[in-house]
Design a protein. Structure first.
Length: 264
């Protein structure tokens, strides 16, 4: 769906309850909101209209929401801009679309229990939205349990991420925490072996991996950050031939995702 989107993701509350905003991707702009309301595969939680929106646009959106049984709320234009996170393109309207597999990392690990195996990719300062979107698509296609997108250092789920994922980002198993280092520490505590994917390590295709494994993908230019690298259980690499030094991070992520699937 050609829409303008932004993930609205907040930390888990102290009480452990998941904030509603941990479940939603916010779609903003009149055409994207109408597209979301017209898509039967998307669950729309609510629509918010600025009190300045009147006329045919208001009637069209209100009618579409009513047809889906979606509540419509009114707010100030400034409030809509804050909720959308984009003051130039919101056009006074937004919709919260449910992302059913989005979860705080702590909740994912708690639900996982103590015995179940799991495979996760971690993005460590991957900054190109297109790479993020393609990694989400590959990981979802390979049936991985999660892709950790830290709130800091990695792009939010924005229009370029959605486009590169071909819309799969809505249904991707997105895990959230503050930073990649925090995520690595939490996964270690939950019994994961955490390995960086970088040049100079043992071959991923031949390495012995634990039942719970996380593979970390580093920045497009600088690779793994030092804070994350110091926490890893080891470095794994993809074999390279023909004088090729490395793969694009999205391509490496796709290979890693399917190697984890093969091992299952």
């Amino acid at each position: 769906m050609a829409a303008i989107l932004r993930a609205t993701l907040l930390p888990v509350s102290d009480a452990g309850a998941v904030s509603p905003k941990d479940r939603f991707i916010t779609v903003y702009g009149r055409k994207p909101v109408l597209e979301a309301l017209a898509d039967p595969d998307l669950e729309v939680d609510k629509v918010v209209l600025a009190d300045t929106v009147r006329g045919g646009g208001e009637r069209e959106i209100t009618a579409a929401a009513r047809g889906r049984g979606v509540p419509v709320q009114r707010a100030t234009a400034q409030r809509v801009k804050v909720l959308a996170g984009n003051g130039r393109h919101d056009q006074g309207v937004l919709a919260d679309v449910v992302a059913p597999r989005m979860s705080p990392l702590e909740h994912f690990l708690s639900d996982l229990g103590t015995r179940r195996p799991a495979s996760v990719l971690v993005l460590d300062a991957v900054t190109n939205p297109s790479n993020v979107g393609m990694i989400l698509r590959s990981a979802t296609a390979a049936g991985l349990d999660g892709v950790l997108l830290p709130r800091r250092g990695v792009p939010a789920i924005d229009p370029l991420v959605i486009k590169a994922s071909a819309g799969v980002a809505f249904a991707a198993p997105v895990l959230r925490c503050a930073t990649a280092t925090e995520g690595v520490d939490l996964m270690h505590a939950a019994g994961f072996g955490v390995f960086g994917l970088d040049a100079g390590g043992d071959s991923l295709l031949e390495a012995s991996l634990p039942p719970r494994v996380a593979l970390v993908l580093g920045n497009e230019t600088d690779g793994l950050s030092e804070d994350v690298r110091s926490r890893l259980d080891g470095i794994l690499s993809l074999p390279m031939y023909g004088g090729v030094e490395s793969l694009n991070v999205a391509s490496a992520g796709a290979v890693a995702a399917y190697e984890l699937l093969r091992r299952r």
